[in-house]
Design a binder for this molecule. Structure first.
Ligand code: AMP
Length: 593
């Protein structure tokens, strides 16, 4: 049964709830909370003749845009969240990207704003990063592509204000942005918030990690009081629960248990490698798989040096880091999607929310700082129900982190070896044979080329009396080129390392049983405390310190530990093994100018 409603007011009218298909609301009887097992893969398997979105009562324009996108059935979170949001209820959702959570809040909000003629924005969506802001704004735009005169504007830092200001001057329905830039626009009066009647906090835990809590609270306090509040978070730490308690009014609660199933599609592996062999190991891994790869490294500097090294080895590579201007980043992602680039070397923050279906392999070149970073990184593959592979580089010092990671993600990460010359050469041979075979098939498809090839063959036979096997050999020789085909670099270090590591790993397994308590020290061990000569007297806040550190160095927000602000100085826990260059940059850091 379809939900009938008037398009402008979706308050808490009881008649409306009566019209909703009761199966969509079943969880309300379960103490207002719903736990759902979800796997995006199942969504696309819907019956071709059915449209599972009809039950929500969306208007035809939304249904048309969903059809254009090829969505047939709502994902579990959409099934649970959409009816609640249509009724104007507050919502607290625990869900990761990849579950369809964006459409879960975007669709009912677009429905609510259909035919909105007013100038000022009605909905504000806050995201932790500009990447996510762009992605969410793009989703709103595509879901509203068939709705006339529906406007979504994204506002985020790192780009010029002028375009954003002029976009905000015109008619706007939805604003999606990052906290800092939203605050700036509110302060300057360039973002008129008096008509906002819905606020969405997306990836709220990430915003908290980045130190945005005060900014978020400031923004909430500026907004009109009676508004619908939606809070999505991948994890539900007590700080998020507190925010929910403070600001949400009797929210529907939805928990999507998706991580396990999503990551099941990703085969997770690790290899032991000493630091000075990492680049070589990476090149060897890419010999086996180099189409649709993301390599995660900790520093911006490393993104460029690795990209250069890979480019020199003949790969098509691009970098994604915080120094790259926004429009260039978008362009890079587009080129990756289209296959013009095969390999992306990225830092964590720059690659947040990246959704490119053709990513087959994620390489954790540098060990991730925590479980969430790891889960996010590997989640860049296995998109939209496809399978993927994730490889984690582990050095001597990181071995106990690996066990922590396995425990906290409750996954067994399988050990693999760095590919030796033998493996690589077998693969090269296999590829060459495949290439020749594929060319022989492709040849038939192009009549013009076929005629040309026959002409060349005739010429070779006539002029040089070559027979078929001579010609075939010459053609393959041409394909191989001048460079030596087989790799014959010294790979004895791989064999040695594999043996010693295996022995050590067995010994460690035994020690690990005895020392399991030490694990919990991982976080503390990996930090060092830095003192900065600014503090409360300078009006400094945690968010200022985080954004200055992130903007001036290659350290990402997630890897910053405890921050304590005293009257005239501050103490900040930062990763222990910072490079000298980063330390020098830290010395020159300015906060609030
Ligand atoms: P999200 O969790 O919002 O980041 O969405 C993850 C991916 O799922 C995106 O590529 C969406 O386009 C896609 N998606 C969302 N909802 C559906 C649906 N009902 N059917 C098919 N794909 C979907």
């Amino acid at each position: 049964m379809a939900l009938k409603k008037d398009s402008n007011s979706l308050g808490s009218e009881q008649e409306k709830s009566k019209n909703i298909d009761s199966s969509l609301l079943e969880f309300k009887t379960l103490d207002n909370k719903k736990e759902i097992e979800s796997q995006l893969l199942e969504v696309s398997k819907g019956d071709d003749n059915e449209n599972g979105f009809l039950d929500f009562g969306f208007n035809q324009s939304i249904l048309n845009s969903l059809k254009n996108k090829g969505y047939k059935n709502p994902t579990p979170i959409q099934k649970a969240a959409i009816p609640e949001l249509m009724l104007g209820r507050d919502l607290l959702g625990q869900a990761q990207t990849g579950t369809g959570k964006t459409a879960a809040f975007a669709l009912p909000l677009i429905e609510k704003l259909t035919d909105n003629k007013e100038l000022n924005a009605k909905v504000l969506v806050m995201t932790p990063t500009r990447e996510l802001a762009t992605q969410v704004a793009e989703s709103f735009k595509s879901y509203s592509s068939e709705s006339s005169n529906f406007k979504t504007v994204a506002i985020y830092g790192g780009t010029d204000y002028r375009n954003q200001i002029s976009a905000l001057k015109r008619k706007v329905d939805v604003v999606v942005g990052t906290p800092g830039r939203i605050m700036d626009h509110i302060r300057q009066g360039t973002f008129k918030i008096k008509d906002i009647n819905c606020l969405v906090l997306d990836e709220a835990d990430e915003m908290l990690n980045m130190g945005f809590l005060e900014d978020i609270e400031w923004i909430i306090d500026q907004l009109p009081e009676n508004k619908q509040m939606v809070l999505f978070s991948a994890t539900m730490p007590s700080e998020i629960r507190n925010i929910a308690k403070k600001y949400l009014n009797d929210p529907a609660e939805i928990l999507i248990k998706s991580v396990k199933k999503e990551t099941q599609l990703i085969s997770q592996k690790f290899l032991y490698v000493q630091r000075h062999h990492k680049l070589d190991a990476l090149k060897r891994i890419l010999e086996l798989n180099n189409e649709g790869v993301i390599i995660f490294v900790r520093t911006k500097l490393l993104t460029t040096s690795i990209a250069e090294a890979l480019e020199n080895s003949g790969h098509t590579v691009a970098v994604l880091n915080g120094d790259i201007p926004q429009n260039q980043r978008e362009n890079t992602v587009e080129r990756l999607k289209k296959g013009f680039i095969n390999i992306l070397v990225a830092t964590d923050v720059a690659a947040r929310g990246l959704d490119v279906e053709r990513i087959k392999l994620v390489v954790n070149y540098d060990f991730p700082f925590d479980k969430e970073t790891y889960t996010h990184r590997i989640g860049r593959t296995g998109r939209a129900g496809r399978s993927g592979e994730a490889i984690l580089f582990v050095n001597q010092r990181e071995k106990h982190f690996l066990r922590n990671l396995e425990n906290s993600t409750r996954t067994k990460i399988e050990e693999i070896n760095i590919p030796s010359n033998k493996i690589i050469n077998e693969k090269r041979m296999e590829k060459l044979i495949e290439n020749v075979n594929e060319s022989s098939l492709a040849k038939d498809e192009n009549e013009e080329n076929k005629a040309l090839i026959i002409d060349v063959l005739d010429n070779l036979k006539e002029k040089y009396s070559m027979d078929h096997s001579n010609i075939a050999m010459a053609a393959i020789n041409l394909l191989i080129g001048n460079k030596s085909f087989f790799v014959n670099d010294d790979d004895s270090w791989i064999h040695k390392q594999n043996n010693t590591d295996r022995n050590r790993s067995n010994r460690n397994n035994n020690n690990r049983m005895r020392n399991s308590n030490r694990r919990n020290n991982y976080q503390n061990d990996s930090f060092e405390t830095y003192k900065f000569n600014f503090g409360k007297f300078d009006g400094v806040r945690i968010a200022n310190i985080i954004s200055s550190i992130c903007n001036s160095t290659n350290i990402n927000g997630r890897s910053i530990g405890k921050i304590q602000i005293f009257n005239d100085y501050s103490l900040v826990d930062l990763p222990r093994d910072l490079q000298r260059e980063t330390k020098n940059k830290l010395k020159k850091i300015k906060v609030r100018n």
